[in-house]
Design a protein around this ligand. Sequence first.
Ligand SMILES: [Zn+2]
Length: 216
Amino acid sequence: MRDNFFAGKKDLLARRVSFTCSNPECRPEPIGPQADPTDVVNIGVAAHRSAASPGGSRYEPDLSSEQRADSSNGIWLCRRCTKLIDSDPIRFSRGVLEGWRRAAEQSAAVALIQSRDAGKDFQPGHAKNERLISALLEEMWEDLRNNPTTRKFVVLKRTWAYNSHGPYLAYYLDEHEDLEGKLQVLANLGHVHDITYKNVRRFLFQENFVDYLTGT
Ligand SMILES: [Zn+2]
């Protein structure tokens, strides 16, 4: 029996990486115009990181059918790379593929932010800003995975004391250059909601952004 991906999950995997192969060594254009202008050639594949059936590459017997069919077990690749990873499952381990997926989704997220905010702080191709906002998204991704039901976060300096009722996450002005500017972009995009109160910069993660970052 094969645990094929649930309906809609393939498309989700593709969209999360802008239909681009997730192999960092590859990154061709897996989607492009066809001779017929009403259609597109899509040579991308939603590949299983852990095989859909016993005997397949990186098959893990401990996973449930549900886990195998979930998008969290998928990675978007071109056909050539799908063959490549299945021909050498030791080199292309689950951990390696996990890293590819993460990096590909982050660069798609950065591209998304850059394309919507062509302002002074996030000019396309500005490697430094790309790296800096990517570090913030990376930290948020990590925090939300470790704290899946926490939505509130505050902006602090390392030396500030902050007391709060209930759980919260924190991002530090000392660690992220122009943190306020980046949060403003995320707020403009509707990814975070500003709930600043009594001089404390507080925000709520919005569900679509949480889904986007965590892949659920
Ligand atoms: Zn590829």
